[in-house]
Write a protein that binds this ligand. Structure first.
Ligand SMILES: [Zn+2]
Ligand SMILES: [Zn+2]
Length: 411
């Protein structure tokens, strides 16, 4: 770790502010990568990591979210396409401590983040399990997307295949025959995994998550508990999506050649590379998901029609993460549909229209309310619970009491 002279919290704060205020190139020229590595880092070195990542990555116009902890690093970043090689070389040259990092590209192009954040965390993925109680180096077997695809496609009986993601992630896409625990946090999922695996010590256990980090950790926990054959999808659903996309592109190219040569082999190839993952891969950035197949596995939380588009309620004070179809979006002004949210957004829109008329030079005033959202993501509120509670309260509450805006946002 290189030394940093006189590095104080103040310098770090100034650097962070500078990094976040300066503009970046247009969004279409970006590509998104995720990577992680568990590797012990001294507590006192974390601030240096923050400083170097902020300064060096800013120079490369990289944006995204990087978490560092005494356990290692976990990152999702968007990098200008023409600087990806430079970024990878930078890692290899300056960070030999992260020698096992695999860069995992997202399927869709473009900028998934607006700013660069480098944050210190206690745990990279929080399962609340003390690292001293199991051996993180006792890693599960990594199957490349191709090996995973071949192995799972050729099994004679359904495998023990665990989706290590939360309910809102597996709801819009998952592997065929997967066991999908109905959980809201990784901690709950680890408990569910232990329950599912009970008595199956001699069986092959397969597991997958978005990018692999959750499986690296929970797989090591299983192995430490005496499970011999724990296999995980290397690079997670993101890498599998990339694999399927590459196969499709190769097949299209092969189909053109086949057509020219009048060969009939395409049908066999098609079946061989049929995606065993259905639907979308949920992503933790502004895209909130990328499609792998066209299957729509979920429903609009408001009207129940087939839909897998996640969004947050447009009332920033509510912020509920929900699935909402285009017609509900239009009908409810992009909100979750509660009377208070619809009313508040309509009022704000009307006010903004008035401001535009009164002050034609002033544009783009955002409805920044300075209120903490009611449904912060970390609280993991289920839209179905909110909708049910709303139905119950609307049938029992007929008093029509007058309430202030602030109160209404929290109903
Ligand atoms: Zn709807
Ligand atoms: Zn709302």
């Amino acid at each position: 770790m290189p030394p940093v002279a006189d590095l104080t919290k103040h310098t770090l704060r100034l650097m962070r502010e500078y990094v976040q205020r300066t503009p970046h190139p247009p969004s279409q020229d970006y590509t998104t990568l995720s990577f992680y590595q568990f590797r012990p880092i001294a507590q006192e070195d974390l601030v240096k990591l923050q400083y170097y990542f902020l300064t060096d990555l800013r120079q490369m116009d990289v944006v995204g979210r990087i978490y560092v902890s005494t356990e290692g690093i976990n990152a999702q970043i968007s990098c200008p396409k023409d600087r990806v090689d430079e970024f990878k070389k930078y890692y290899a040259k300056h960070w030999p401590i992260f020698d096992k990092i695999r860069f995992n590209p997202a399927m869709t192009e473009g900028k998934a983040f607006k700013k660069l954040h480098v944050r210190v965390r206690t745990q990279l993925v929080s399962d609340g399990i003390d690292n001293s109680t199991f051996d993180l180096n006792n890693e599960p077997t990594y199957l490349t997307p191709e090996e995973w695809h071949k192995e799972l496609s050729s099994l004679s009986e359904p495998p023990v295949l665990i989706d290590m993601r939360n309910h809102y992630e597996s709801a819009i896409g998952h592997f065929e025959h997967s066991i999908r625990p109905d959980v809201t946090t990784f901690r709950e999922n680890v408990d569910a995994m232990l329950e599912i695996c009970q008595g199956k010590e001699e069986k092959d256990i397969y597991m997958y998550c978005t990018g692999g980090i959750r499986c690296t950790r929970s797989g090591a926990l299983l192995k430490s508990k005496g499970f011999n054959s724990v296999k995980m999808l290397q690079g997670g659903v993101t890498a599998y999506g990339q694999f399927i996309q590459d196969r499709r592109e190769n097949m299209t190219a092969a189909a053109t050649v086949d057509k020219d040569e009048d060969s009939g082999s395409l049908a066999t190839n098609n079946e061989e590379f049929r995606s065993i993952y259905r639907g979308k891969n949920f992503t933790f950035d502004k895209r909130l998901g990328e499609p792998i197949t066209e299957d729509v596995l979920a429903n609009c939380h408001t009207c129940g029609s087939p839909c897998d588009e996640y969004c947050n309620c447009s009332n920033t004070a509510c912020n509920l993460l929900m699935i909402s179809c285009p017609s509900c979006q239009a009908k409810h002004e992009g909100t979750c549909g509660s009377d208070s949210c619809v009313e508040m957004v309509r009022e704000l829109n009307a006010k903004q229209e008035q401001i535009k008329k009164d002050y034609p030079g002033l544009i783009g005033m955002k409805a920044r309310l300075g209120i903490k959202p009611l449904h912060e993501h970390r609280l993991r509120v289920r839209p179905s619970t909110v909708m049910e509670m709303r139905k119950k309260s609307s049938s029992s509450n007929t008093s029509g009491r007058s309430v202030s805006h602030k109160d209404r946002a929290r109903l």
